[in-house]
Design a protein around this ligand. Structure first.
Ligand code: SF4
Ligand code: SF4
Length: 195
């Protein structure tokens, strides 16, 4: 175990965090990422502020933040960063580290896991199952609140009551991608990006 800013991290996580700190050291705090981020209002730290935490070595705060789970991986921050910092991928790596280091499961982490489980199962999104998986793990009674929204979306033809599966070959490809990522995470648990 290594101590990094007050918290004990595994050697793999400590080394991955030091690499991230090195990558963000060139951030000039211009705020382009924060100004471009569609989910910044839902974050506790904007992407710019998160870069600052990482520069300061405040890894525990960064890993506890809601920010890493609110990212929709739209890549806007990454393509606009004047310092070519791969903000999106860094957030993904932080998610992987948070899981590998046993951080408490937050609503964002649950949603992320449920999303990936559904995509792995069907090769596509199936919103009703996503909501059920999320609420069963996070707040079972919340299903009651989500039901009217689901019904309204169904009536407008926005969601299907039955899942669409990719053809077998496409689904096999998706599952191979999951397996490749898992193998990579097993080899370097805290270094790989987590969608
Ligand atoms: S856009 Fe790039 S340089 Fe500017 S604050 Fe964000 S990460 Fe830093
Ligand atoms: S990739 Fe994530 S952090 Fe970057 S702009 Fe999109 S939602 Fe925001």
């Amino acid at each position: 175990m290594n101590h990094t800013a007050g918290r004990r991290f595994s050697p793999a996580a400590a080394s991955a965090l030091e690499r991230i700190a090195e990558e963000v050291s060139v951030c000039m705090q211009c705020g382009t990422c924060a100004g471009s981020c569609p989910t910044a209002p839902a974050m506790d730290y904007t992407p710019r502020a998160l870069m600052r935490l990482l520069q300061a070595g405040l890894f525990d705060e960064a890993l506890r933040s809601r920010t890493i789970w609110m990212c929709t991986t739209c890549y806007t921050c990454t393509v606009r960063c004047p310092r070519d910092i791969h903000v999106t991928d860094i957030l993904g790596r932080l998610r992987g580290i948070a899981i590998a280091e046993g951080y408490a499961e937050t609503a964002g982490m649950t949603f992320n896991k449920a999303f990936l489980d559904v995509v792995r199962r069907y090769g596509r999104m199936f919103e009703p199952e996503l909501l059920i998986r999320y609420h069963l793990r996070q707040e079972p009674l919340g299903i009651l609140g989500a039901a009217p929204i689901g019904l309204a979306l169904f009536q407008k033809g926005k969601i299907s009551p039955l899942p669409e599966r990719l053809p077998a070959e496409g689904l096999a490809q998706i599952r191979r991608i999951f397996e490749a990522v898992e193998a990579r995470q097993k080899a370097a648990p805290a270094a790989s990006s987590h969608a």
